[in-house]
Design a protein around this ligand. Structure first.
Ligand code: ACO
Length: 379
């Protein structure tokens, strides 16, 4: 029997544009407040593309380190899959621009499944490798979602940001990579998250522009209810399909759309919130880039080690959802990376700072109690 084939995550990279749009900036643009955005979404700031950034340039910037880390050159790639809803042009597919810019000589295609796109793409790449067709596949999640945002609509413009992240999957006989997956779609919810004009049904015209139909429209509450069900339900099913229990999962990496959706997911799964990776406060919802960006940052912060089982879940326009359980392979994360990366240093520094603050608070508690009691006595 031929040896079993697996697809391990052999390299990763990310690109986040320099420009930061804070909640305070948005307060000057629409009728909103830092307090509302923070309480209802957990978002504090998001990054937006600058003039130099295009969907393809951001994808390439995230892909180069991923390819190098995998010990490959672009010429070694057998396939490129790009998950996005905001390509440079309606035609050609941005995947071919990315292939050309990288200097790769392989097939490339663009995959659209809203914010679930990258998890769909990862699963697709895994199947190509397991079937024996290809050995090295670049899987990109990239989004300049800000181009479709109406910055007069406070219900959507505060939520999203731009980013790119990529991984390289390579064939191995060591158990690793995708252990189980679930891909879902419910088109009855199409209207809940839609750009009404600019597609073939309603090509963009003056009327469409006047009615602002070339921007994202979202029924936030419908998407919220769908998302909380999708996160907990698909994670539960995919973990069980992998023959595991939620307790066996080292880290859950959910789509970063809203901190409240993540909290609800953790509660429904009866898992501690600190097992759910969160960076929505820094980037907002970066759509198809959200889950890979979170995965890359979790690795950079040393939250994952070889052998760890990670469950990732995304949901979005369609409506779609997708969940995977991935096992990090041996040698995937080098000790040097885990121990000395800048992200790890920042994570440890924050942890230490929190410990010091907790310690100071604990030390001051008797003093506060004494002051409180003596004030009460004086009254
Ligand atoms: N600032 C201040 N007030 C606001 C804002 C804002 N930015 N946005 C909405 N409000 C107001 C509303 O107008 C409403 O006011 P009203 O009561 O006077 O009518 C009030 O706040 C409450 O609005 P809700 O929509 O009920 O607020 P909710 O708690 O549902 O939060 C939110 C809205 C954050 C959009 C939430 O529904 C959500 O996160 N939904 C899921 C969105 C999501 O995940 N989308 C991405 C899918 S992924 C993809 O593929 C792109």
């Amino acid at each position: 029997m031929p040896p079993e084939r697996y697809a391990k995550i052999a390299g990763w990279g990310k690109y986040v544009p320099e420009r930061v749009l804070t909640n305070a900036d948005l307060e000057k643009m629409v009728d909103t407040s830092d307090e509302w955005i923070t309480q209802r979404t957990g978002i504090k700031e998001r990054h937006l593309r600058t003039e130099k950034d295009t969907n393809s340039s951001m994808a390439v910037a995230a892909s180069i380190p991923a390819i190098e880390m995998a010990g490959l050159t672009a010429k070694d790639l057998d396939l490129i899959i790009v998950a996005t809803s905001s390509p440079d042009y309606l035609l050609p597919p941005v995947s071919s621009q990315i292939q050309h810019m990288l200097g790769a000589e392989c097939g490339a295609f663009q995959l659209g499944a809203g914010c679930s796109g990258w998890v769909y793409a990862l699963t697709t790449a895994d199947q190509f490798i397991k079937a024996g067709g290809y050995n090295n596949i670049l899987v990109v999640g990239v989004e300049i979602i800000s181009f479709a945002l109406d910055y007069t609509d406070r219900t959507t413009c505060v939520l999203f940001g731009d980013a790119a992240a990529a991984v390289v999957l390579t064939a191995t006989d060591q158990p690793s990579g995708v252990l189980a997956f679930e891909l879902g779609s419910d088109g009855s919810g199409a209207e809940a998250l839609i750009v009404p004009a600019a597609g073939s049904t309603k090509p963009i015209d003056f009327e469409g522009i006047e009615n602002r139909e070339n921007f994202i429209r979202m029924d936030g509450q419908t998407v919220f209810k769908f998302a909380t069900r999708a996160v907990a339900g698909s994670l539960k099913r995919v973990v069980s399909q992998a023959g595991l229990l939620p307790d066996d999962i080292a880290l859950f990496i959910p789509h970063q759309a809203n901190a409240r959706i993540i909290e609800a997911g953790a509660k429904l799964l009866r898992q501690p919130l600190d097992k759910f990776y969160v960076n929505v406060h820094k980037y907002g919802n970066t759509s198809a880039a959200s889950v890979p960006l979170a995965m890359v940052e979790a690795i950079e912060e040393g939250r994952l080690k070889p052998g760890d089982k990670v469950a990732m879940v995304a949901f979005g326009a369609g409506l779609t959802w997708a969940a995977v359980v991935v096992q990090m392979g041996e040698g995937e994360i080098s000790p040097a990376h885990t121990l000395f990366s800048a992200g790890r240093a920042a994570y440890l520094a924050k942890k230490a700072q929190n410990r010091v603050l907790d310690g100071v608070q604990a030390a001051l508690l008797p003093l506060y109690t004494w002051r409180h009691k003596s004030r009460k006595r004086r009254k």
